[in-house]
Design a protein around this ligand. Structure first.
Ligand SMILES: [Fe+2]
Length: 156
């Protein structure tokens, strides 16, 4: 049976919020990763990569807020510290310099990781009957898979 924020039992809300906090954390780390590369990319593809990385971090910045506010709609705590996000995120930061190819490879991995995390979060929400959270996760997962394709296409 489908549930909404007001009808979900508290254990379901807690489990879904935990999954969403994972998604927020990884989206936040991916935001910084894309912005890092937006600043530091060099080479003949500077223009298009600088622009693509900006498109990504702007998308991710809005998405962090949408995911975190879904947690609040479920009446749970949205983790809002960078330290906490870094700890739980499977998307990792990139230390130091990188070539454009290394940047693209790192971002493909980040996008694929995020797509998997969001697919898992959506499936968990569905198990609890929370179709509205499931919908948000599906939408976000699709966007990350689209970015993964765009990034990957530079490397072929
Ligand atoms: Fe900029």
């Amino acid at each position: 049976m489908t549930q909404t924020a007001s009808t979900l039992p508290s254990n379901s809300r807690a489990a879904i919020a935990e999954a969403l906090n994972q998604s927020v954390a990884e989206t936040a780390v991916a935001t910084m990763l894309a912005q890092n590369f937006h600043w530091n990319v060099t080479g003949m593809a500077f223009g298009p990569l600088h622009d693509l990385f900006q498109k990504m971090y702007e998308d991710h910045f809005v998405a962090q807020d949408d995911l975190a506010e879904r947690i609040k709609s479920l009446d749970a705590h949205a983790e809002g510290t960078l330290a906490g996000m870094l700890k739980r995120s499977k998307v990792k930061e990139h230390e130091g310099k990188a070539t454009p190819e290394e940047m693209l490879t790192s971002l493909v991995t980040a996008q694929e990781t995020l797509a998997a995390t969001l697919a898992d979060s959506g499936a968990l929400a569905a198990e609890h009957g929370d179709t509205l959270t499931e919908d948000l996760c599906i939408e976000r997962g699709q966007i990350h898979e689209k970015f993964a394709w765009m990034l990957r296409s530079h490397l072929r």
